[in-house]
Ligand binder design. Structure first.
Ligand code: XIL
Length: 441
């Protein structure tokens, strides 16, 4: 049985054969599971035919790399400038692509006039900027990065110091409320970097803010993970856990600026891990890479993108395309559960006195397989038995170390990635939920 199971620390490894009729572009492959695949676009490259050829062929979501930032759209206070941003938005929409707006409020790339402002004047200028820009693009933006990079790096888990932060801790929620009023149809995202590793203080700080916003009704719909990786900041093994935990707060999650320095199969594997982490979280709605060719990248020397300088597909491209095809060969279907078609999406086992509780939650579903997740409470030293019913088979796991007493029984233990683990069931037409039970180990 163990040969059927590919388990890797923290990452879901799906064991599936390539779909027949596999899609041949990133966008088409992502669309099979209802997701998008986007790229950052620079206005001054829209006259480069190689660049535009790849853009039009491969991507179905576009982010302006710099042209919608505060310094570009409001170079003088109260005077708005949308020429380059419009070039990108119009090119995308004419090609049937959607647009992520980036970014309404940020400590960086502020126009000179704003950099020296403070207090109420700055707060009002920021809110006016959010209102004006989001209103101008109302109806054309799939999701706005309303606030970018507002948390500090390091161990504090708190806010980054900035002129905006010094206007008061509520500046972020004020920006979100202004954006909602200006464009009620756009999803509103908080976007940041170094928030990929679940155990990092910065990740926890952003998580607590989103949790607080949801509990108080502050309008937030999504969290963006920039995902700029290199050898000093590698893809964390618990990435899936991070994305799932944020999604469980009731927001979409998106990979918004993906690039991974490196080359060859090492780079390809890291890309695969990031895409896989997104695919295994139902509410991870799409992935954007931060540029098209390596030479287009803001960190070109690290060759961090999917196409080389000549526009050729790299190994990383092929691995991303294959993962998208393997993991999503059909649009997810609603299960025809024989037990509980309209019931809740979680079930909780009773807790023995002094024992633990295992809660099963439905994950993404495909026509041949589905994901499930189990969250344990009451102990960090758990032994959870997961039993599937014939002809179901568990074909992948994440965030757990598993043993297999028999073909349909998995015994799961912690592997250092917290108290939520997951697995993929190849169901063979049987949509019944697995049964789970918990013991203290
Ligand atoms: C970068 C652009 O790619 C560069 O061209 C520019 O000089 C600086 O900004 N986080 C973000 C992006 O949210 O806006 C940044 O983009 C990269 C880091």
């Amino acid at each position: 049985m163990s040969t059927l199971v590919a388990a890797a620390a923290g990452a879901a490894v799906l064991v599936a054969s390539p779909a027949s009729g596999a899609a041949s572009t990133l966008a088409a492959a992502a669309q099979q599971s209802g997701r998008y695949f986007g790229t950052a676009v620079a206005a001054n490259k829209l006259s480069d035919s190689t660049y535009v050829g790849i853009l039009n062929r491969e991507f179905d979501m576009v982010t302006a790399e710099n042209e919608m930032k505060m310094d570009a759209t409001e170079p003088s206070q109260g005077q708005f400038s949308y020429g380059n941003a419009d070039r990108i938005v119009n090119q995308a929409r004419n090609q049937g692509k959607r647009v992520r707006g980036h970014a309404l409020a940020w400590h960086s790339q502020q126009p000179g006039w704003m950099q020296n402002m403070s207090g109420t004047a700055l707060r009002n200028a920021m809110l006016n900027h959010v209102t004006q820009v989001a209103s101008y693009y109302r109806g054309k933006i799939y999701a706005w990065d309303v606030v970018n990079e507002a948390f500090a790096d390091g161990s504090s888990g708190g806010r980054r110091d900035s002129n905006l932060q010094r206007t008061g801790n509520d500046w972020i929620e004020a920006a979100f409320r202004a954006a909602r009023a200006a464009d009620p149809g756009a999803k509103l995202c908080y976007n940041d970097y170094n928030t990929d590793n679940w155990s990092h203080a910065k990740t926890q700080g952003v998580y607590r803010m989103v949790q607080d916003f949801k509990s108080r009704g502050v309008p937030i719909d999504c969290v963006g993970f920039q995902a700029h990786f290199n050898s000093g900041n590698p893809v964390p093994s618990n990435y899936h856990t991070t994305l799932q935990n944020f999604a469980n707060l009731g927001v979409d999650v998106q990979i918004t600026e993906l690039d991974i320095e490196g080359s060859g199969s090492t780079q390809a594997q890291q890309y695969q891990g990031v895409v896989q982490a997104c695919l295994s979280v139902t509410r991870c709605t799409g992935i954007t890479v931060w540029g098209i060719r390596d030479t287009d990248s803001w960190r070109a020397s690290g060759t961090p993108l999917l196409f080389d300088g000549s526009g050729n597909k790299k190994a990383a491209y092929t691995s991303v395309l294959n993962v998208l095809n393997n993991a999503s060969s059909t649009v997810p279907t609603t299960p025809t559960s024989t037990t509980d078609p309209t019931g809740p999406t979680t079930t909780t086992t009773p807790q023995n006195p002094g024992g633990c509780t295992a809660t099963y939650r439905e994950g993404q579903k495909w026509n041949d397989r589905f994901n499930g997740e189990v969250t344990v409470s009451g102990t960090n030293n758990w032994v959870v038995t997961v039993t599937v019913s014939s002809p179901q088979r568990i074909i992948a796991t994440w965030n757990t170390t598993a043993t297999w007493p028999s073909a349909n029984v998995m015994v799961a233990r912690p592997n250092g990635n917290g108290n939520t683990f997951g697995f993929t069931v190849q169901h063979g037409g049987n949509w019944n939920w697995p049964s789970v039970s918990c013991q203290v180990g």
